[in-house]
Write a protein that binds this ligand. Structure first.
Ligand code: ARG
Length: 585
């Protein structure tokens, strides 16, 4: 189904053409002055230059041509040449009904087949998942679902940090604690020998311990580096232990992601790039791009238009070991071979912007992906505490994701304490509300901005919060249940009776625009804004009308249908944000 502005643009383009003007001028956008009109077209200004005519005259011609249209109830020309457009209620109601019956609820679908690899999450093995990875997981999951809702194939890859020094540090420490383990024997044989089951608690505690130790003890640090470079070359014993560490870490990460409703298609990591590194180096060498600089092997990626100095991408360090750029480039080769993607998108905090610019340029220069493959990096801002500094635990430590979820759940439980509406498991509902609060609190900010984590605000029933949205869904649920309407029933409205309904219908009708923009701009916040607009419009509609007691049967029928359609669309917004709703609260 076409989004509403596309449909309206076609009509207005025809009117321009009818008057002898270029139809391309007939682009319709959503009005930024809803008090004046619902949509607008500013084509008369560009037309004025083309036809050497006052914009006002062009706009007036088009207005006359539109007068017979059954789509617009009101067409006005505002000085100096804006076309202000308002729909007839019949058209608006018809459009909303068409959305309600559409398989994609009015969200326009990509015109051709398209595959996107989405690289998000990015936790580092051996280190506990902390809130720095929270945003990547939450924003990434939303972007994945938004892209899928617009008809794209998306492969979500967690891209574990499973090949770096943190693991080397852990192995070095295990070696001091358990020198008797088979994996430390020089003749370790993976066929016969095994690695002991690791204890998750010990693993959680071992990295911070080893990391602190490495800062004081240079020999230990050196040992950890040596181990890292050895398992990167597939040293049998270390590699076996590394795999075991990854296994335990992944189990832990999955538990946290589960609670957040974040789901990955692939659990690949940096180590999976191993098989493609030789090919990478060969390609870079063949193309004459790789050269030695201070013992390291590097590729120039600077461009003339650069405003900052762009350092070369380092492919091999002086000791021959691989670094972040190496695995990222090799992973691109792997992704091309496995999925032949049209786009590869990455999400990390914005401090990695330079790294990704280097990687993208190097990949294009070396031709390891075609020119038409789109690379995009979304660098997000920091989640801050009330003091404006990165969010910490009360004692100043790094907040673990699982603790954060617990805090939000407790907060929600406290709020629900006196609720009489809850049927079912309070703790379970509280967790959903807590997680919704965290997620909506994050997603409602533009991804690139820093924001303040304010749990009280996020859990409030008033204002732009996840809690308010879930509450709105439960209100609709209760109306529909009383009227004996199933949530998946298909119904249509038979007209628009009041102003608030018009406002609600218009907000619903903008869903297609909103989803498309959220996809193109990588902004789940766009979805949050519209979800909130839908919820507030519904609240006004609900307050002004006694839906269930309405005596006029036709009106009541239409209002119930509008409530049902609001539920479809509001939950569609929540679904792509990966926010679960509850039956009642
Ligand atoms: N593990 C990295 C980190 O914690 C994020 C990985 C992002 N993805 C990538 N392909 N580099 O910073």
């Amino acid at each position: 189904m076409k989004k509403i502005t596309s449909l309206l643009s076609e009509v207005v383009a025809c009117a321009f053409e009818k008057c002898g003007y270029d139809p391309k001028l007939g682009v319709v956008t959503v009005s930024d002055r809803m008090d004046l009109c619902q949509f607008q077209c500013n084509g008369a200004f560009a037309g004025a230059k083309l036809y050497k005519k006052a914009p006002f005259m062009i706009a007036n011609d088009v207005k006359t041509a539109l007068e017979t249209s059954e789509i617009f109830g009101k067409v006005e020309v505002a000085n100096p040449g804006f076309l202000n457009l308002t729909l007839t209620d019949e058209f608006l109601a018809g459009y909303v009904n068409e959305m309600a019956l559409d398989a994609n609820l009015g969200v326009p679908q990509a015109e051709s087949e398209e595959t996107i690899v989405l690289d998000y999450g990015g936790p580092n093995v051996a280190k506990p998942l902390h809130i720095g990875h929270l945003r990547s997981a939450i924003i990434g999951e939303a972007i994945k679902r938004i892209a899928r809702a617009t008809g794209r194939k998306v492969i979500g890859d967690v891209h574990l940090g499973d090949w770096g020094t943190p693991i080397g540090l852990c192995i070095a420490e295990y070696m001091e604690r358990h020198p008797e383990w088979d994996c430390f024997k020089p003749d370790f044989d993976p066929e016969k020998d095994s690695v002991p089951e690791l204890d998750a608690k010990e693993l959680n505690e071992i990295y911070p311990y080893a990391s602190a130790k490495s800062k004081e003890d240079p020999d230990f640090k050196e040992k950890a580096h040596e181990i890292t470079s050895l398992f990167q070359k597939k040293h049998l014993g270390y590699e076996a232990l590394r795999k075991e560490i990854v296994k335990i870490s992944v189990q832990d990460a999955k538990r946290s992601y589960d609670k957040l409703d974040v789901e990955f298609d692939l659990w690949y990591g940096e180590s999976d790039a191993y098989d493609y590194i030789d090919e990478l180096v060969e390609t870079l060498t063949d193309k004459g791009l790789l050269y030695e600089s201070d013992g390291a092997m590097v590729v120039d990626v600077a461009e003339e238009s650069d405003k900052i100095t762009m350092p070369p991408a380092i492919i091999k360090k002086a000791d021959g070991s691989n670094i972040y750029a190496t695995t990222d480039l090799a992973t691109i080769i792997q992704r091309r071979k496995d999925f032949d993607p049209d786009r590869i998108w990455y999400l990390t905090d914005k401090r990695q912007a330079l790294h990704f610019t280097q990687v993208f340029r190097c990949a294009k220069k070396a031709g390891i992906v075609g020119d038409n493959v789109e690379f995009k990096f979304l660098g997000f801002g920091t989640m801050n505490g009330a003091d404006g500094k990165p969010f910490k635990t009360r004692d100043g430590g790094v907040m673990r994701l699982s603790d954060l979820i617990d805090i939000a759940t407790e907060g929600a439980l406290e709020k629900l304490k006196d609720s009489e509406y809850i049927s079912g498991d309070k703790a379970e509902i509280a967790q959903k509300i807590g997680v919704a609060a965290i997620k909506f609190g994050d997603l409602s900010n533009h991804p690139t901005k820093d924001y303040v984590f304010d749990l009280d605000k996020f859990l409030s029933f008033d204002g732009k919060t996840g809690t308010y949205l879930l509450y709105t869904v439960t209100r609709i649920n209760s109306i529909l249940k009383k009227a004996d309407i199933a949530y998946n029933e298909k119904r249509t409205i038979n007209g628009i009776y009041t102003d608030v309904e018009r406002e609600l219908a218009l907000t619903l009708a903008l869903t297609g625009e909103v989803f498309q923009r959220a996809f193109e701009e990588m902004t789940p916040s766009t979805i949050c804004d519209n979800a909130y607009n839908i919820a507030t419009a519904f609240s006004r509609f609900y307050h002004d009308n006694h839906i269930l007691n309405e005596a006029d049967e036709e009106k009541k029928k239409s209002w119930l249908a509008l409530s049902l359609i609001t539920r479809y669309l509001l939950t569609k917004h929540l679904d792509v944000l990966a926010i679960e709703y509850v039956e009642n609260m």
